[in-house]
Design a protein around this ligand. Sequence first.
Ligand SMILES: [Zn+2]
Length: 442
Amino acid sequence: MRRHHLLIVLAVVLAASTLDAQQAASTQVTAIRAGRLLDPEAGRILTNQIILVEGTRIRDVGPNVQIPTNAQVIDLSRMTVMPGLVDAHNHLALTYKPEPESNIYYYTYVADSTALRAIQAASNGIQMLASGFTIVRDMGNNGNYADTALRQAIEQGWIPGPTIINSGLIIGGMGGQFSPTPEMAKQHNIVYPEYLDADTNDEIVKAVRQNVLFGARVIKICVDCKPYGYTADEIRLFIREAAKVGMKVEGHVQTLNGARNAIEAGIWSIAHSTGLNEEMHTLMAQKGIWRAGTDTPDNLAGHPVSPQAYQRTVNSLKDAYAKKVPLTFSTDADYYVAGKTRGEVCLEFLKTWKDAGIPNADVLRAMTINGYKVSETDKTRGPIKAGFFADLIAVPGNPLEDLDTLKSVQFVMKDGMVFKKDGVMTPAGFFHGGPVNGWRIR
Ligand SMILES: [Zn+2]
């Protein structure tokens, strides 16, 4: 009886606090005057638009929208307003750096606790948001689920950050992407928990379930990191098990044979372009498999890329575009580049897209529309349309004419709250002394 009573009181309190938060949010109306508004789907600019935001969502958009008297007005009449950007492949709790580990990230797990890496991830998330990335797919190498902690912290309302679609641990055959010594492998340390071993069908099922249990939103597998990589049948088992909870599977692919198996199995997305040739691109286009090419530019200080390797990357991206493979802007930008934020490093990857001769409108589609689709957020966030979450950014120039204007993001709104204005981060509203959106958000 007593316990029941307590539960009812608790339920009432919880319901009331949720309602309070909703009411508070619903009273906040913001009207944004957009001088130019980019519609990436159509690849065109609309002029003199008004975007009405109520609480966390967009209420109305158009040239003749009435501005309510109680609305806060934000003047972006000299800017181009556009939907937020997506990086479809990053590692926010990993920092690849020449010092101290010579870009070999074995050492990261030895030197940095998961707790420290979660704090790095929080910082990197803020840096991404400041550059206009409102959605990031965080694809593993996050210690012991620092990526889940990051997602929860953002969703519960502790800190600002992009919407995080995280993979949890990368699942692979024994050793993952590393080459552990027998001591490391048998004692199950150092490599672990960066990778989750799954060498049999039972282990594949269990590994997927472990990631689901610990908060993943997408499954990431090493298709061919080792000579004993996965067969098409094994990849199908991953896909089936993930599908039970509505999740998709991304495969790290580095060989032609691995690409063939992943494509035959009907994987959702393929990370990296090293295993992809013209034939694989043709098959990916036929099957609608997303290409997360991680197209590394040759201009990241401290991370040299040979001219041959860069030319290969550019040619591959060019071929994928010509064959109409669904493209995502995916950077894998876990690189530390002195003087640049994580978001600024990601935008350096525009160089590869420009060198591949991809038209600006299609680069912008990859960075927005395709990003929402590959992250499966396209039903709720992305387009600047009534009913969608209010995630939007503003740049001084016209990105259809000059992609580099994306490097000068002046304004960022996330979930209806202003995060950056006049080029300066103003994140105070995102910090709270408690989980304002609810501690039950897991
Ligand atoms: Zn990666």
